[in-house]
Design a protein around this ligand. Structure first.
Ligand code: NAG
Ligand code: NAG
Ligand code: NAG
Ligand code: NAG
Ligand code: NAG
Ligand code: NAG
Ligand code: NAG
Ligand code: NAG
Length: 508
């Protein structure tokens, strides 16, 4: 017989097991402390599978990773690095060495893989893995041929039907509203002050804007960085505004190349104007119908892009194979294929379920295609298949956030936007900020997607003060960049210069 004395501790143990996070050392293969010098800890948390079903006890296990504060922790900050659909823990862990100094070293930094991604109830649109893979690979550019757009539209219909047929119950519980509730569940499980501290990048800003709108009283500190226009994300046929300055940024690859000079950027050696260089690059791209490159997201890759153009368009020196070898390539293998495919499916499961517009037929979507093409020559086509799939999405989510984005949060939100971000323009940051009472936009005069892509001592000071004391910059503050495009140097140099504790940047 079980006595009370043995039963009570058992019940207590059950209770803790359910609502606290048991942090242990991470699997060293997954979070390798030898390549990223952070002693990561991992944990899990069971949360409701379906928050809308009050009679259900079905659980979903979230997987979390933590970069422990090097100093005494003043509380945890949760992160979302963007997507949607990307592996958040993995993306967070690679940026963690930069995020630790940026948050002052006195917070635990935490990220979890959100619903629908990696192996947390991944969306499965096909039972057969070969079909699954085909769905991922068959998304050609809509402008690749005269019939490309119509074919892509038909593909979108087929894919969304397949997802609806095979997703099962998981398909209807992976909207951003559910992830917002998961964030609050994590805050509750951490058992600190019950308040949310959050830093979101790109799609992570949509998640942040949503959780702040659903739980305004829970907001202690929140940075929304590389800001998506949340209104378009939920209520437009496509994210048009995201590409408004992409072409301008494409041009910047060439103007800043000339500014950097031939020592740092080889194309500058041809005595051509930036305009001539760009024209040559376009001729090249049109010839090979190249997939658009991720402008602004990978500023550090500009030298490689430029070297490639040099070889292909100007017959410059250097074996192309070596150069291509130095670019991060997607290596399609039996082991990583599920990850690649699951990222694409997850994007559908999350974005398509969040988006509240549906378009009945191809002709009604045609104006959106024209608008995307005229918004950006370089990026207008890149997400076309995804938009078309969403417009024909058939899974009905259990909960979608349909409310307003005019929000009075308990404490004000800090928005950050790089002035030269080819993916999320400054305009979007001001748009969303205007709905969040007391919020301020910090402009960073840097290149790339997110403030972490633009090393700046001023950004360091400003975000440190916000995390430490809630101090907001004056409206209209613009931080200078400290590293020019094509120059060597990155955050560690900025940290050193600013006197950041050397042990945090692995530089004693
Ligand atoms: C925490 O996890 C470790 C390793 O998995 C395990 O040995 C330990 O019993 C767990 N503790 C609790 C309270 O669940
Ligand atoms: C749970 O509630 C739903 C309606 O919200 C109902 O359809 C379902 O039958 C209930 N399930 C159980 C096990 O009570
Ligand atoms: C630097 O950080 C370490 C922990 O990583 C801490 O022990 C040390 O006291 C810090 N040094 C200073 C000067 O704050
Ligand atoms: C570029 O111009 C400089 C100075 O006008 C000249 O010395 C150099 O030879 C030119 N280079 C090329 C590749 O034309
Ligand atoms: C790609 O995968 C193959 C087979 O596993 C491997 O031999 C090759 O080195 C990989 N290439 C890269 C760039 O990782
Ligand atoms: C689409 O392709 C046509 C023909 O190749 C070209 O003229 C047009 O500029 C392209 N549009 C975009 C946005 O790439
Ligand atoms: C924000 O963007 C949405 C969608 O483009 C637009 O409808 C709205 O008017 C904008 N709001 C402000 C304040 O600019
Ligand atoms: C926070 O405020 C205190 C007291 O005013 C100040 O000493 C400290 O430097 C501030 N911290 C940061 C990071 O700005």
């Amino acid at each position: 017989m079980v006595s009370f004395r043995t039963l009570l501790p058992m019940l207590a143990l059950l209770a803790t097991a359910e609502c606290t996070i048991n942090w242990t050392r991470c699997d060293p293969v997954q979070f390798d402390s030898s390549t990223v010098p952070v002693p990561f800890q991992c944990g899990t948390l069971d949360v409701p599978f379906d928050y809308t079903s009050h009679n259900s006890s079905e659980k979903l296990t979230l997987k979390l990773v933590k970069a422990p504060a090097p100093l005494k922790s003043k509380g945890s900050i949760l992160f979302h690095m963007g997507g949607p659909g990307l592996p958040n823990r993995g993306d967070f862990s690679t940026v963690a060495p930069t995020l630790i100094p940026l948050t002052g070293g006195d917070h635990d930094l935490i990220a979890f893989d959100s619903r629908g991604t990696v192996d947390t109830i991944p969306l499965r649109c096909h039972k057969d893995p070969v079909q699954q893979f085909r769905m991922f690979m068959n998304q050609q550019a809509s402008n690749a041929s005269e019939t490309g757009a119509a074919v892509l539209w038909a593909r979108g219909a087929a894919d969304s039907a397949a997802c609806a047929a095979n997703a099962g119950p998981a398909g209807s519980v992976m909207t951003t509203a559910f992830v917002a509730r998961d964030l609050i569940s994590v805050v509750d499980a951490l058992d600190e002050d019950g308040m949310l501290r959050f830093w979101g990048f790109s799609y992570g800003t949509t998640l942040g804007a949503t959780v702040a709108a659903m739980f305004p009283e829970r907001v202690d500190r929140m940075i929304l960085d590389a800001v998506q226009n949340v209104h378009e994300y939920y209520h437009a046929q496509a994210n048009f505004e995201e590409w408004e300055v992409s072409d301008q940024l494409f041009s910047t690859i060439f103007t800043s190349c000339i500014d950097a000079g031939p020592e740092l950027c080889q194309l500058a050696a041809y005595n051509k104007t930036a305009e001539e260089l760009e024209t040559a690059a376009w001729e090249l791209l049109d010839t090979i119908k190249h997939q658009p490159i991720a402008i602004g997201q990978l500023v550090k890759m500009w030298p490689t892009v430029v070297a490639m153009i040099d070889i292909l368009a100007f017959g410059g020196e250097g074996p192309l194979e070596t150069l291509l070898g130095s670019m991060p390539v997607i290596n399609i293998t039996a082991t990583n294929t599920p990850t690649l495919v699951s990222g694409d499916n997850a994007l559908g499961g999350i974005y398509c379920s969040d988006n509240q517009v549906r378009t009945q037929n191809f002709d009604d979507f045609a104006p959106a295609i024209d608008k995307l093409y005229s918004t950006s020559r370089v990026m207008g086509d890149i997400a076309m298949g995804s938009y078309m799939r969403c417009q024909q999405w058939k899974i009905k989510p259990k909960e979608t956030y349909t409310g307003s984005f005019d929000v009075q949060t308990k404490n004000p939100v800090l928005f950050i936007e790089n002035v030269h971000d080819g993916h999320t323009p400054l305009k979007s940051a001001y748009n969303v900020s205007s709905g969040y009472e007391g919020s301020v936009v910090l402009e960073v005069d840097g290149y790339g997607h997110g403030s972490t892509a633009a090393p700046s001592a001023c950004t360091l000071r400003t975000v440190n003060a916000y995390w430490a004391n809630g101090t907001l910059p004056e409206a209209g503050t613009r931080c200078d960049r400290d590293i020019e495009p094509y120059m060597l140097g990155w955050w560690p140099e900025v940290f050193k210069e600013a006197g950041v504790n050397a042990t945090w940047i692995n530089d004693e």
